[in-house]
Design a protein around this ligand. Structure first.
Ligand code: NAP
Ligand code: F7E
Length: 327
């Protein structure tokens, strides 16, 4: 079989790091787009990186940005990937209300720039788009591939735009392009301002005597939280299928933010009511109240099914953050 070559945007993020790990394990050469920063932003993938002069090196990083379309063309021409995984985004929902224009530029137009770069460079790569359950927004659960999109944030609106651009490039130009509509997925590598990681890091700090209070917003919102490495596997499966299509990826269960708080504090033998306080700054102008994914299609076509459910995920994350602090 010829060498498989992947290009990952967002390789420094939670999902990009797990996907890079899995693709390297499968024998791929992996290229990642990274943003230039005055401090290193590669902590999640440092364990995978070898100096490019090393004959065993199969992971290569390239500077670029999703706001810079011409760079995306030169990179595709240089790397000639067989698969492109587009995970790069301004991915924080609350932040998207503060920076709606920037979020639209990166999370929305960034996808179009990459699709267009593929089209003009004529690189025949398969394309994965990181679509999101946030696109369903106010549509009641359970949500499957046919559920109505009703975005409730600038982030979600940008993802809906990207979703339709991917479908348009599939239909207009015959691109093998898939939307993975992934519901929330978490891990010890989750960004520290998303609610699950914020909770588990605070618990570790409270247990270590470094913090006393955890300020949170809406505890009533319900999410379908799965385990990120399993979701990276679903992305790969989509690009190995016979036909390009769109898939929901989810556990099919839901818990409230308050449930997550209680389970996590209990696992650390702490009383959450002594430590959790409300701060309205974490509320959103419009909220997504209830998400439960129906991943039947992913099971039937891709053979993918969640293995780790929220209560187990809580334990994995609390244990990892406590171990990190030795608490
Ligand atoms: P994440 O940890 O926030 O990672 C986002 C990645 O995008 C980072 O590598 C970031 O680089 C990069 N990025 C941001 N702006 C960029 C720009 N202008 N140019 C190039 N790269 C840029 O997100 P994640 O949780 O891994 O999620 C991966 C993707 O799936 C995102 O598109 C997200 O919206 C989507 N998604 C996530 C979930 C979830 O529950 N995790 C669910 C559905 C969909 P830096 O490291 O330099 O910031
Ligand atoms: O919020 C509530 C908040 O920021 C979850 C992204 O990966 O998943 C993620 O988006 C819930 C919301 O994730 C705090 O109001 C309460 O109801 O962890 P989150 P998200 O908004 O669901 C989707 C699928 C994506 O695609 C996104 O990229 O928790 N909440 N108190 C809080 N949330 C945060 N962040 N901080 C709080 O203090």
């Amino acid at each position: 079989m010829s060498q498989q070559v992947a290009l990952i945007t967002g390789i420094t993020g939670q999902d990009g790091s797990y996907l890079a790990e899995q693709l390297l394990d499968k024998g791929y050469v992996v290229h990642g787009l990274i943003r230039r920063s005055s401090t290193f932003n590669t902590a999640r993938i440092d364990h995978l990186y070898l100096d490019p002069h090393d004959p065993d090196a199969r992971l290569f990083l390239h500077y670029g940005d999703l706001t810079d379309g011409s760079r995306l063309v030169t990179l595709l021409e240089r790397v000639e990937p067989t698969e492109v995984y587009h995970l790069g985004a301004q991915s924080h929902v609350r932040v998207s209300f503060d920076e709606p224009e920037f979020t639209g530029d990166v999370t929305g137009l960034g996808t179009t720039r990459l699709l267009e770069a593929l089209r003009v460079s004529k690189v025949p790569a398969r394309f994965y788009q990181a679509s999101s359950s946030e696109m369903f927004g106010a549509t009641p659960p359970p949500q499957n591939e046919n559920a109505f999109f009703y975005p409730r944030s600038p982030y979600a609106a940008a993802k809906v735009y990207s979703y339709w651009m991917v479908r348009n490039y599939r239909e207009a130009y015959g691109l093998f392009a898939c939307n993975g509509i992934l519901f929330n997925h978490e891990s010890p590598r989750r960004g520290e301002t998303f609610v699950t990681r914020k909770i588990t890091m605070a618990i570790a700090r409270i247990a270590a005597g470094l913090q006393d209070v955890l300020y949170l917003g809406n505890l009533d919102a319900r999410r379908d939280w799965g385990y990120a490495p399993e979701y990276a596997d679903a992305m790969w499966r989509m690009l190995q299928a016979d036909e390009p299509a769109d898939y929901v990826v989810a556990t099919g269960t839901s818990y409230s933010v308050g449930d997550f708080v209680r389970m996590a504090f209990e696992h650390a033998d702490l009383d959450w009511e002594k430590h959790v306080k409300f701060d309205p700054r974490y509320l959103r102008p419009t909220e997504v109240d209830d998400l439960i994914g129906d991943a039947t299609k992913a099971k039937d076509v891709l053979g993918w099914q969640a293995q780790t459910f929220t209560p187990e995920l809580v334990k994995i994350m609390v244990d990892a953050d406590r171990a990190r602090l030795g608490a």
